[in-house]
Structures are given as C-alpha cells and as structure tokens.
Design a protein around this ligand. Structure first.
Ligand SMILES: [Zn+2]
Length: 386
C-alpha cells in the first residue's frame, strides 16, 4: 500500500460527485421522508459493496442505517465481546431547513472549496467512509476485525432515538471512529464537553397592566432574575458554561405576563461539576414571592474525556497520517457528538475524522477539496489497522 492518496486522487471527482449527491438531498432533522430517502440511497451503495444492511425505522424521525462489513473473513476472532468489531459512527441529518439549497447552492470555488448546506457537518465525512470501504474491497485489503457503520438520523437534535442503538453497538466495539467534522486544519477531536439542556418555565399571574398592576405576578421579571442567576454559574476557566439561549413570554404589552419560558444550554468537562450544576439549576427557587418555577431537563451527553486509550488511538492515527504525508493535530472542543456516548462507555473514541473545512451550522459551511485524498487514505488505514 505504497500510496493510498495516489489511489484516491484520480477518484476525487467521483468522490466529489457523491458528496454533491448527498448535499443536494436536503435532510433536516425530523423530516422523516427525506431521511428515509437518503438512508435508502446510501444503503443501496453499501449493499452493492457487499455490506450486510439494516435500515432501522425511527417513526417521525427517519431511518437509522447500519451496515456490517468483513464479518466472515476477518482474522481477528473476538474472545472479549468488547473486541468484536470496529465501529464507525455518523449522522444523516443536518441543521438546515429544506430550501436552504436555493439560497446556498452547491458551489465549488476556484480556491478549491466545496460549499453547500451540510457539506462539512457531515455529508463529506459519510462519503469518505463509503469510498474508504470501497477502496478496502476493491484493493482486497484485509481488515483486522469486522466493521460496523452506523449512520443515524437524529444527531443534531440530541440522538434521542438512536442513543440505545449507538450504545449497544459501542459495547461490542474495540473502538469507535466518528466522522464528524474536524477542527479547521483537519484537527481530530480527542475530548468533548458534556452537554446539558433545560427548559425553565416561570409562572406568575396575569393582570391588567394599567388597572390592576399590583395584582399581577410578572413571569418575565421572575425569569429575568433566574437568567442572571444562571449566568453567574459560568466558570470559563473550568470550562463550565451556562447560557440562556432562548426566552419567550407574555401576551401583550398591557398584560402582566403570567408565563415566560427559557431554554438553557450547559457544558462541562468534569462529570462531578456537571452534576453540581444540574443540582443548582434544578433547585433554583423563585425570586418573586408568588411566582412558581417548573424546571425540566438534565444532562443529555456525558463528557468525552481524553483517556490514555483515546490518547493511544490518536497517536496511532497520527503515525498513519505521517506515513501518508501529513500532520494530524488533536483538540478538545465544547461541542457534543455521538462520540460522547461511545467514549462514556469506555470505548476508545476518535472524533472529528471528517474532511477539513469550516463553518458547521453557518452559511459559509465548506470543505477543502485538496484534503479529500489524504483523509480517505487515513480512514482506509484506520479501518485496516484497528
Ligand atoms: Zn455533526
């Protein structure tokens, strides 16, 4: 295998066509019909490659796709069930509503970037994994163990219907590779903050703002007090963040508002710190004498901590990248992914293995085309050697 990048380079335009085909299938979370369709589209390609395919319906959300490869002819026979396979995780959904393509169509620039909604997060990552599997098969390269590819349809909304599936596959896995976008520069992710999510509903009492103001209990004022308390929980040095992201309340300017609701995002590195903040939020007491608070939510993704096993996995990937001819950096990030779930089970996880680019969830979302051959080479070598 002298030069996998040389294998992938002449196939780059084919790979770009596949990425474009995925980007031009708009797949916002919860759009079940479109997510069913893209799962069927990718599934048929995986089946053509000889994958053992399961399309797992998730009513109201779409379809999760699971494809198993090399089950019959891998030399590695797992004695420990945790070594049974290598898991590759990705997601089919994007944050972009249908119609975004009209505003931000697929576009390749003279500078060598490919733009389009979901191209970086993470349709190019899916395409590269598919092409890496194709390379293994057409070059007759043996892997050390069976490979399971899991592409879920609800990652961007917290993986509520896929978490069990991800965790049950992870429990059988030697390690997990996540083809989410890298940090710009092609830098893989070896740790991720834990994520919490809360809804805080303040309940007051409506009254006429002009005739009976003293009879009202202003739910917006109540929520304003709570917003400041929540803001005071931020500890940037420790990496703990609490942010009131949305707030709504009231009905008209001349009515003392009886209700106001806030959505709150919380991030943390240390599990104990996470629990402490959850406790604090759940025990927030009303600031106004007659107001009431209803607080729901909690930790949605545990932190992915950089264990020695994750460090070893990164160093393995780094040495493969050096053989291919590039330097692979690592970083810890505040954003969560399904890698948080696999890592929290003790499964060594390497995340951010997708194609270099920038602008996840932003209008300037793009990938760098020149990164495609080496990223595909890296994924291929990881699938081969782990
Ligand atoms: Zn993503």
């Amino acid at each position: 295998m002298s030069s996998l990048p040389d294998y992938f380079r002449p196939r780059q335009s084919q790979l770009l066509d596949l990425i474009r085909a995925l980007v031009e299938r708009e797949t916002p979370s919860r759009d079940a019909a479109r997510l069913d369709e893209i799962a069927a589209f990718i599934g048929s390609q995986l089946r053509d490659l000889g994958g053992d395919l399961d399309l797992i319906p998730s009513p109201g959300y779409g379809t999760h796709l699971r494809a198993r490869f090399f089950g019959a002819d891998s030399p590695m026979r797992a004695e420990n069930p945790r070594d049974a396979q290598l898991l590759v995780v990705g997601h089919l959904d994007t944050v972009w509503p249908v119609g975004t393509l009209e505003r931000l169509p697929w576009r390749v620039t003279p500078e060598g970037a490919a733009h389009g909604p979901g191209v970086f997060d993470m349709k190019s990552g899916i395409a590269v994994v598919l092409e890496s599997l194709r390379a293994l098969i057409s070059l007759g390269i043996k892997t050390r163990r069976p490979i399971t590819l899991l592409l879920t349809c609800d990652e961007e909304i917290g993986s509520r219907t896929s978490r069990d599936l991800i965790e049950s596959e992870a429990r059988r896995s030697r390690c997990a590779l996540v083809c989410e976008p890298p940090v710009t520069g092609g830098i893989v992710k070896t740790s991720r903050k834990g994520v919490g999510d809360f809804t805080i509903r303040a309940v007051g009492r409506a009254a006429h703002a002009g005739l009976d103001p003293a009879k009202g209990v202003n739910a917006i004022v109540e929520l304003a007090h709570q917003t400041l308390r929540l803001a005071a929980l931020n500890d940037f040095e420790r990496g703990t963040t609490v942010s009131v992201g949305t707030i709504r309340g009231g009905t008209a300017s001349n009515v003392i508002p009886a209700e106001a609701v806030a959505r709150v995002d919380m991030r943390f590195w240390d599990p104990e710190e996470g629990e402490r903040i959850v406790d604090t939020i759940k025990n927030l007491a009303p600031a106004l004498p007659e107001a009431r608070l209803e607080i729901t939510g909690g930790i949605n993704r545990p932190p992915m901590r950089r264990t020695p096993e994750i460090g070893a996995l990164y160093h393995h990937a780094r040495s493969l990248a050096a053989e291919i001819g590039f330097e692979l950096g690592e970083a810890g990030v505040g954003g969560g992914s399904d890698g948080n779930f696999t890592a929290a089970l003790g499964v060594p996880t390497l995340d951010g293995l997708g194609v270099d680019g920038a602008g996840a969830h932003a209008d300037h979302e793009h990938i760098r085309i020149e990164d495609l051959p080496r990223r595909a080479a890296l994924i291929t070598r990881l699938l081969q050697t782990l």
